[in-house]
Ligand binder design. Sequence first.
Ligand SMILES: [Cu+2]
Length: 144
Amino acid sequence: MMPSVQSKLTPAEVKRAEVKQAEVKQAWVKRSRWMLPLVILIGSAVVLVIKLQQHTSSPANFQVSQRGREFRLGMLNVKQDDIVHIVNDDGDLSHHAYVASERFRFDSGDQEPDGRADITFTVAGTFNVLCGIHPKMRLVVNVH
Ligand SMILES: [Cu+2]
């Protein structure tokens, strides 16, 4: 029969082994204390890089018609800094696109036939583009 390892150790050696074990455990606890903040830090950095990429990606362009005294399409989903081109393709009619929100304002002035007004939506939110000449005209723009 093989003698157990324990039986070969003197009490002093057992004590030393226990101390060593406690030190290793303490070192691990010390190290793991940094893990959560480290994971949060790396996670935040990844989110920041993704946000920056989204922000620096070139803006998209959308075209909206004003034919028949109506904005077509009547609703758009865009990203911040995207550009909406509003084209007066409504025969010999004039239009006048504007946004009068507290957070975002735009005024095209009079839009002559075949004229174009470009709106860059620089803030997120939902905005109504209206026509100063035809009160029933409305374009809803959701800026994400
Ligand atoms: Cu109009």
